[in-house]
Design a protein around this ligand. Structure first.
Ligand SMILES: [Mn+2]
Length: 255
């Protein structure tokens, strides 16, 4: 059996669906499993998802949610050691409890995740957020790779998301901006997460010269699906959410 690369979208604490998906795929020992990050927050079993992936020997890319937990842990350690205040926006109690439950092994594992992974197909990579079309892969900044959604439709520069008065992120592109995949022209094809466009279907953007972008966050935590893309076959395997664990900021299309 030839070696497969199994890429898994944003999990957000949905441990049952995570395990169901792995069971449904049944990876062999030689297969690679690459998670797109956002194991944590929103859903019911964030720490268990991290630990399960770590103990299974899965790989991952760093994402905004895990980055927040790593920074929080560092700043709390510094506060306790030196008295310097932790200036980050306070975590809600559920996230704080999860942060405290992360073991040193969990933290070390999460800290080791790169901003992108090559997927062993020529020119295919995995990243949590996105890539700026104005830069080569080597020039991209980790912080942007884990957070990027919108880019200026004219010059391709990063555009911050819009937040409402409750600090919730809008799923609409800010005026004059488009999703980064609209401008990305390769040479790398990209599998990414971070933004659910549908509760069922991966968002596939096909560019010229065979360059493709696959958005495989299908909102499992919002009652959608957990999606895996398997390379090189391009088989898509999904598990439906057992329940709606978290309301999305704005409605996400079912299809
Ligand atoms: Mn994210």
């Amino acid at each position: 059996v030839s070696k497969k690369t199994i890429i898994i979208g944003d999990i957000h604490g949905c441990l049952h669906e995570f395990k169901d998906l792995i069971q449904k795929i049944g990876p062999s020992r030689n297969d690679r499993v690459v998670c797109l990050g956002d194991f944590m927050d929103k859903g019911p079993f964030p720490v268990d998802c991290v630990r399960y992936a770590r103990l299974q020997g899965f790989e991952a890319v760093i994402s905004n949610h895990e980055d927040r937990h790593l920074r929080w842990r560092k700043r709390e350690a510094r506060r306790i050691a030196t008295g310097i205040a932790n200036q980050m926006r306070p975590m809600i109690p559920k996230d704080l409890a999860a942060n405290e439950q992360l073991s040193d092994e969990d933290i070390a594992w999460l800290s080791g995740h790169p901003p992108f992974q090559r997927l062993h197909e020529p020119n295919w990579i995995a990243v949590h957020g996105g890539l700026l079309s104005t830069l080569t892969l080597a020039e991209q900044k980790p912080d942007q790779m884990m957070r990027l959604r919108w880019v200026d439709e004219k010059d391709g520069s990063s555009v911050p998301s819009i937040y409402d008065d409750k600090k919730r992120e809008s799923s609409e592109p800010p005026e004059g901006s488009v999703h980064w995949t609209e401008l990305w022209h390769g040479p790398e094809s990209v599998v990414y997460g971070h933004e659910a466009f549908s509760l069922s279907n991966p968002k596939v953007t096909r560019k010229f010269d065979g360059v493709e972008c696959w958005g495989i966050d299908t909102g499992v935590v919002h009652g959608g699906h957990l999606t895996a893309l398997i390379l090189p076959s391009f088989e898509v395997v999904q598990v439906k959410a057992r329940e709606v664990y978290d309301a999305p900021h704005a409605p996400i299309p079912l299809q």
